[in-house]
Design a protein around this ligand. Sequence first.
Ligand code: GLY
Length: 370
Amino acid sequence: MSVTPKGPVNQSDILIVGAGVIGLFCARACAMAGAKVTLVDRARPGQGASMAAAGMLTPGAENRECDPVMMAFGQRALSAWKNLANEDAFPTSIVDLHFRGVLDLSKNQDGLRERALKAQNAAPLLWTQNDLTAFEPELAYEGAALSFPGEGQVDPIKLVAFLEKEVAALGVTLRPETDIISIDLADHPTAKTRTGETFHADHIVLAAAVLPDALWGEGKISPFLPVKGQAISVESDMALLRRIIRLDNFYIAPKAENRLIIGATEEPGRTDLLVKEETVDQLMQKAIALVPGLSEARLLKSWAGHRPAVPDRLPVLGRSRQNSKLIYATGHYRNGILFAPYTADLVSQLILGATGPDWLSAFSPQRFDV
Ligand code: GLY
């Protein structure tokens, strides 16, 4: 669909569509490299998938299938986070970034051993019941666990607030409530908004969580299949856990000030954002069964979000076939917060003309012929 421009025309080196954590980190990386960046979002920064996330930085614990490409990507992404934590100017404690580890619980010790071998680059340790009791005394689980000691978490809401200020300080033009509805690559990359405003840029980065047909690719149907997740946060009177606890896809992530995020359902094909009371109860009961001390905790909030997924559930990251000046950085499914800083490094390298590592071809948007 094309719209006749009516409003002002904006020019920048790089236009980034989508101001979630991925778009914000891309804007930060490109601005730090000296580019003039415009970052647009159809709503406010971080109001979509980023706000719904628990902020887990857990590549080994999350990648239960031990897919080698995802494992390698996840480890690089975790290193990018550790590099950030070491930057003097990065407000590690303000965004509640730490690496206190994750425990992935199971009753099947043989299964855990097998997985530990496959997940060697995440360096997991096999924890026995005695280890669990000694190091997480509030945990009532009987079994064993894989411990991923270097993995961690960040607070996505505090992170968005920090990045929003940071990109503004770096000179990025941030345009909330700016709904891009078409992109024209025929001549110079151009994006148009619903109200007829036009943005020109040397490169356009698509970092929105879900891309409608009109932005996905000319004449193509967008393949996104968002996966709904419902989650809750609670507050307890004392610190109950040091590490993130996982049991299959269920998790309890201890945050600052004795808050804990408990999540999350996996509901493919559900496009609504309803939170069911029954689901809140189920999440709470599951958490209490693992950590009985949570029976005293107060419910703070419940919410639902959509994980941005395409059918193979791999990221969509790389240059478009139609035009190398269009770059996709989306479809990060369960790992958007983890991948974001590393995705941003790759995006800024692609913009500078780098080929990117060989394995990046597994994530190319070109697998969808766009
Ligand atoms: N990464 C956790 C989730 O998607 O719920």
